[in-house]
Write a protein that binds this ligand. Structure first.
Ligand code: B1M
Length: 214
């Protein structure tokens, strides 16, 4: 019975049924599923299948768009639970998706979990040009800036962003962490980032390590 509810969310997300995903996610919470289980077993698992089907030419961009709307509907319900924590640390993290890139599901998820872990998170959105990262760093003076890139074509923006920080003599004042499906540890080293995370759990650990909290 319980298993079915998670499967139902999974199936409706793949079909792009946002309202149903929202309702079922609320129902799953009422039934006692933890937000983490709903997220991993239903929402994230389903959006990964959507990506796989797209790669196989079984579905097309409008289908991914519908599925991502449904993903957002589920995340919207989970957000207060995942990011529900008293601010534990006086540490600010700026998060953004690099220029030319509109993918924000992973970034939002990471933002929620970092908030939930007790950090102050400022999300500066998607399609963020280097200058906007710079302005945000100057304005908020964060300890960490996180850059997300989901396309092989936008990964290079990370390098552009870091180069601008160096040029403006601001690089040493902030730790830069990067991630996203095509990003690798080797790439992070090559562009001079301070750290790379493969997923949300690694991202939280990475930030804790970089800023020296446990
Ligand atoms: Co896009 N898309 N998409 N897409 N999309 C991918 C990324 C793709 C792999 C699909 C595929 O081919 N199978 C492919 C990229 C290929 C490549 O370059 N290597 C692709 C493409 C090609 C495109 C378009 C070009 C399609 C087109 O128009 N022809 C287009 C580009 C638009 C643009 O950005 N300019 C496009 C558009 C879209 C939608 C708008 C329809 C939608 C995005 C909606 C949104 O985000 N609001 C979308 C989606 C949903 C996907 C897939 C299916 C799912 C991405 C996702 O949300 N995953 C994706 C396929 C896939 O990745 N399997 C795909 C779930 C999320 C929780 O994981 O984002 O990977 P992810 O985040 C993870 C980690 O990567 C990491 O932690 C997260 C949590 O575990 N992480 C970080 C992410 N950011 C991090 C930052 C960190 C640390 C870790 O530190 C700061």
């Amino acid at each position: 019975m319980q298993q079915n509810l998670l499967e139902e969310i999974y199936d409706r997300l793949i079909e792009g049924e946002a309202q149903q995903v929202k309702d079922l996610t609320e129902k799953a919470l009422e039934k006692g599923y933890t937000p983490e289980v709903i997220l991993q077993k239903s929402l994230v698992a389903a959006i990964e299948v959507v990506g796989w089907r797209y790669r196989q030419d079984e579905i097309f961009v409008p289908d991914i768009l519908m599925a991502s709307r449904a993903m957002h509907a589920g995340l919207y319900v989970l957000r207060p639970y995942l990011s529900n924590s008293d601010r534990k640390y006086n540490i600010t993290i700026i998060l953004g998706t690099v220029a030319g890139d509109l993918h924000d599901i992973g970034k939002n998820y990471i933002g929620m979990m970092l908030k939930g872990a007790g950090f102050n998170v400022i999300d500066i959105g998607i399609d963020v040009p280097a200058e906007k990262f710079l302005e945000a760093i100057q304005e908020y003076r964060p300890e960490v800036v996180g850059m997300s890139a989901l396309l092989t074509t936008t990964m290079a923006e990370i390098q552009t962003n870091i180069a601008l920080l160096e040029e403006q003599d601001i690089r040493s004042q902030v730790k830069v962490i990067i991630g996203g499906a095509p990003v690798t540890k080797e790439f992070a080293e090559a562009v001079g980032a301070d750290g790379y995370a493969d997923d949300v759990f690694e991202a939280v650990e990475l930030v804790k390590n970089l800023v020296g909290v446990s």
